[in-house]
Design a protein around this ligand. Structure first.
Ligand code: GUN
Ligand code: ZN
Length: 426
């Protein structure tokens, strides 16, 4: 058991819906952790006497918040960040598909998993929905590492049976069989979740997408993750390969891959019909702004997607994304919204990276808040982390201003501490 003190800040509702104060903020707060969970939180002056003798860390004016959740990234791309490429398909063929072939080696995958989760924690990310590779050993390595830290992590074996090097291909049948046995082995173990993971319609045959849809239906506790409408050449290739489909979204729909726990990365160039169908089915889009900017994929229309009632999550999309930091991801989301002429607030961005992502994933009982009984996945953010952040912070006159400066200027340096299930990671 231990106590941490500082400014407690958590979101309680979706700011874009129009609530004036969509958060709870306790300036002189205290939080008690016990056995990986939040036992008590409130005003430090109200701390019950029975906790008086517990070890206590005082973080002063730093913000104590729920850990960030990254709703889309690629574990095997952990070190191929910042690869110079023309656009999505060029970048995939030239770098990504080469790097991912290494993950058939269990030792490489195990070392990568340790580094990957360390790097997430260093950046304040305590949960994620991640892609792996086609290799069973890679997923075993990632899940084992997350399990050893009692971390809530969702992943799955990538399914791909065409348009990639032989070393990165399975078949419809092996993908189905291996995914099934991995679901049986890992889904629901500790805090782990399984996502049926067809990479995208470019690299899966109709038979494999059908197998993915069958698994998603057979195992209602699983999530589904894939990519959708990221890049114009990608869309043209899918339309050509599936001439009977109405559009890209309809390809996945046809195979039963839409639904409440279906997470589609990017969704930049969707038609109104596609947005309406995603909304009707409860499917979510994961906005990946640093990746969309880096690969020149396009400007995601946050407000338009929201108006269509499509749930929006946020992710780094490492290694297409340029930073592990959800703060830097929020910064790019803000800039993209500016370029699209609409502007998201710091409340929108911080909500998305915490409770918003937890809700889209259906995990808000477990993560995304500082509620008692939740897992103690907590970060401590320092608004004065660098000399210039300190100067800027002196001008801040509202909590929105503090958060806004943090997301525009902050990165891993602003993360003073990260707790995963109550265990400090630094
Ligand atoms: N579409 C299919 N695979 C990928 C990937 O690895 N990264 C991104 N950004 N888009 C994809
Ligand atoms: Zn991706």
């Amino acid at each position: 058991m231990q106590i941490i003190c500082g400014q407690l800040l958590e979101f309680t509702s979706d700011p874009i819906i129009g609530d004036n104060e969509p958060f709870s903020h306790t300036i002189k707060g205290a939080l008690v952790m016990d056995q990986g969970k939040i036992l008590w939180r409130g005003n430090a002056s109200d701390l019950p006497a029975e906790y008086d003798s517990l070890p206590r860390e005082n973080y002063g004016d730093c913000l104590i918040m729920p850990g960030f959740i990254d709703a889309h990234l690629h574990f095997p791309q952990y070190r191929m960040i910042a690869a110079f490429g023309k656009d999505l398909l060029d970048w995939l063929n030239r770098y990504t598909f080469i790097e991912e072939q290494r993950y058939g080696d269990a030792n490489i995958a195990a070392a990568a998993a340790t580094f990957f989760i360390d790097e997430l924690a260093r950046n304040g990310t305590t949960s994620c929905l991640a892609f792996s590779t086609i290799h069973e050993v890679a997923l075993d390595a990632l899940f084992s590492e997350a399990q050893s830290r009692n971390m809530a992590l969702i992943s799955g074996k990538t399914m791909m049976d065409r348009n990639a090097p032989d070393g990165l291909l399975d078949t419809a049948t092996t993908a189905y069989d291996q995914s099934k046995s991995l679901i049986e082995k890992w889904a629901g173990t500790g805090r782990l979740g399984y996502a049926v993971s067809p990479r995208f319609a470019v690299t899966s045959t109709p038979a494999q997408l059908d197998a993915a849809g069958t698994l998603f239906k057979e195992y209602p506790d699983t999530w589904m993750q894939t990519h959708l409408s990221e890049n114009h050449a990608e869309i043209a290739s899918v339309v050509k390969d599936f001439p009977d489909s109405k559009d890209y979204t309809d390809v996945y729909d046809h195979f039963g891959l839409l639904g409440k726990k279906a997470m589609f990365a990017h969704g930049i160039h969707l038609s109104q019909r596609e947005l309406d169908r995603l909304s009707e089915s409860g499917s979510a889009i994961v906005h990946c702004p640093t990746s969309n900017n880096f690969l020149g994929s396009g400007l995601f229309k946050y407000h338009n997607t929201h108006r269509a009632n499509v749930p929006i999550a946020m992710g780094t999309d490492i290694g297409g994304g340029t930073s592990y930091s959800m703060l830097e991801t929020m910064r790019d989301a803000y800039i993209v919204s500016q370029l699209a002429g609409e502007r998201i607030s710091a409340y929108d961005a911080f909500y998305a990276a915490s409770l918003g992502n937890a809700r889209v994933l259906g995990l808000e009982q477990e993560i995304g808040t500082l509620n008692t009984g939740s897992f103690a996945d907590i970060i401590v953010l320092d608004p004065e982390a660098t000399p210039i952040m300190k100067e800027r912070h002196a001008l801040s006159n509202s909590i929105h201003d503090v958060l806004f400066a943090m997301m525009i200027m902050g990165d891993d340096r602003a993360v003073k501490q990260t707790f995963i299930a109550g265990i400090p990671q630094k």
